[in-house]
Ligand binder design. Structure first.
Ligand SMILES: *[C@@H]1O[C@H](CO)[C@@H](O)[C@H](O)[C@H]1NC(C)=O
Ligand SMILES: *[C@@H]1O[C@H](CO)[C@@H](O)[C@H](O)[C@H]1NC(C)=O
Ligand SMILES: *[C@@H]1O[C@H](CO)[C@@H](O)[C@H](O)[C@H]1NC(C)=O
Ligand SMILES: *[C@@H]1O[C@H](CO)[C@@H](O)[C@H](O)[C@H]1NC(C)=O
Ligand SMILES: *[C@@H]1O[C@H](CO)[C@@H](O)[C@H](O)[C@H]1NC(C)=O
Length: 411
């Protein structure tokens, strides 16, 4: 169950008359507090992110190229969820609360990795098996339909929920809240078809009127804290300091299978090109900002950073840090400035990733393959801690806005 202090929900109703029908807009809509958790064992963040990137590319290509035979068997032995944002989600009635990883890069919602699934009167066994492989692990089990409670205002009946009988790579979390496009569920459940996502059902059950998720993260300097918020059905404008700017989902595969956008990146006041305009994705399930190897190498030579093999991250001397300039992410018609401070890993968390407390590590890392493959960057949550992001299924677009943390010097 949710404690009352952990619930924040604000529903403001506004009526707007378009040409024709009256549209009910909830803005900001229904919100859910989220916790950033930190648990890194047995790998580096960069290796975990790269394993995920390889899988996302591979999986996205399969989705595009082979509509009859979706397979998620490509496996990577990185048994770790590294650093994650989780939400407390209730399943069943009365609800059992599960701590689920918030993942815009996958779309099945499932439980049972850690805490066992508790069946109640609302649990319906669909008789189908379910299996999903991720870059950082996998699960398989049985697909149920059950009541899912995100907050007292966000209750979904008959939500497809995977119940894991086996899983790997999800130690410390109970499963995933899948916020990716519904097509990513194709082929995950026996008998074929897709599994309507949590946001699909919130829309079809009339709980929200636009299929939109707003994600607010803030930079953190402690290992576990509730410092984020998910909003379903709209944008929480109390968390933004600019208008939202939207860009259409990219048409380039495999990024187009996800929350993919076209983006270019320049460095510093001289506007030196780091990444020419190309497709990539925005992903809450990735920690770092991953750039295709050629772009990453440009960044390395511009910054003077060197790879620290013990933590797997770039590290920079304090004098080079003094000279570190902003990275400019050009998306749609907007430019998002990732400041020098925003390019650094929080120093208070250095030892938590096996690093030295005085070092300065950077959150830009190597995707592991050159650009030109249709998924050439991942803006992970270290980027999303500086910009509010919106995942808009209704209008097939992604939006960003600045927040009060965009130019924080907290790291
Ligand atoms: C994963 O690890 C298992 C056991 O250690 C090994 O048999 C398997 O080949 C590995 N798979 C890959 C893809 O490395
Ligand atoms: C589970 O939900 C799906 C999708 O809403 C529906 O088609 C199916 O009939 C349900 N199955 C059971 C056993 O309730
Ligand atoms: C961290 O992960 C380890 C195994 O990898 C697990 O035993 C432990 O419970 C996790 N800790 C937290 C706080 O989630
Ligand atoms: C948002 O857009 C409106 C209308 O275009 C404009 O008047 C306003 O100044 C903008 N607000 C910000 C914070 O940019
Ligand atoms: C960018 O600006 C151009 C010209 O001002 C406009 O036609 C286009 O719709 C804008 N694109 C986006 C994504 O806002």
């Amino acid at each position: 169950m949710f404690s009352s202090t952990s619930l924040i929900s604000a529903v403001l109703l506004a009526l707007s008359v378009a040409a024709g029908p009256v549209v009910l807009i909830r803005e900001p809509s229904l919100t859910l507090p989220i916790v950033r958790r930190f648990n890194l064992t047995g790998t580096t963040i960069a290796d975990a992110d790269r394993a995920r990137a390889v899988h996302l590319k591979d999986n996205g290509k399969k989705l595009k190229s082979d509509s009859q035979h979706y397979r998620r068997q490509s496996s990577f032995n990185v048994t770790n969820t590294a650093v994650t944002y989780t939400a407390d989600v209730g399943v069943g009635s009365p609800a059992t609360t599960y701590s689920l990883l918030i993942d815009t890069g996958s779309s099945n919602t499932w439980v049972g990795a850690d805490k066992a699934y508790v069946q109640t009167s609302t649990s319906e066994n669909t008789g189908k098996s379910v299996s999903v492989t991720y870059g950082s692990g996998s699960f398989s089990g049985t697909e149920y339909n059950d009541t899912v409670t995100l907050s007292s205002d966000l209750v979904i009946t008959g939500q497809g929920v995977g119940v894991a009988s086996t899983s790997s790579g999800f130690e410390g979390v109970d499963g995933i809240l899948g916020l990716g496009p519904v097509d990513l569920t194709e082929g995950t459940v026996s008998g074929g078809g897709t599994v309507p996502t949590v946001t699909d059902n919130l829309l079809s059950q009339g709980t929200i009127t636009e299929e939109v998720v707003g994600v607010y993260y803030a930079p953190t300097t402690v290992e576990s804290t509730t410092n984020g918020e998910l909003t379903f059905g709209g944008v929480d404008t109390s968390k933004t300091t600019s208008n939202m700017s939207y860009v259409a989902i990219t048409s380039t595969s495999p990024a187009s299978a996800y929350w993919g956008v076209d983006q270019s990146i320049t460095y510093g006041s001289s506007g030196t090109e780091v990444l020419s305009s190309t497709a990539g994705i925005v992903d809450t399930g990735t920690t770092l900002v991953l750039l295709a190897t050629d772009a990453y190498n440009t960044y390395v030579s511009l910054t003077g950073a060197t790879l620290d093999n013990s933590v797997g991250l770039l590290s920079i001397s304090s004098s080079d840090y003094e000279n570190l300039q902003s990275l400019f992410f050009n998306i749609g018609n907007q430019t998002y400035e990732l400041t020098a401070n925003a390019q650094t890993w929080p120093r208070s968390l250095n030892t938590a990733i096996g690093g030295s407390s005085n070092a300065i590590y950077l959150i830009v890392s190597d995707l592991g393959s050159d650009s030109g493959e249709g998924l050439d960057f991942i803006n992970g949550y270290t980027f999303l801690e500086r910009f509010y992001s919106v995942y808009d299924t209704t209008n097939s677009r992604v939006g960003f806005a600045t927040t009060e943390h965009t130019t924080d010097t907290s790291n």
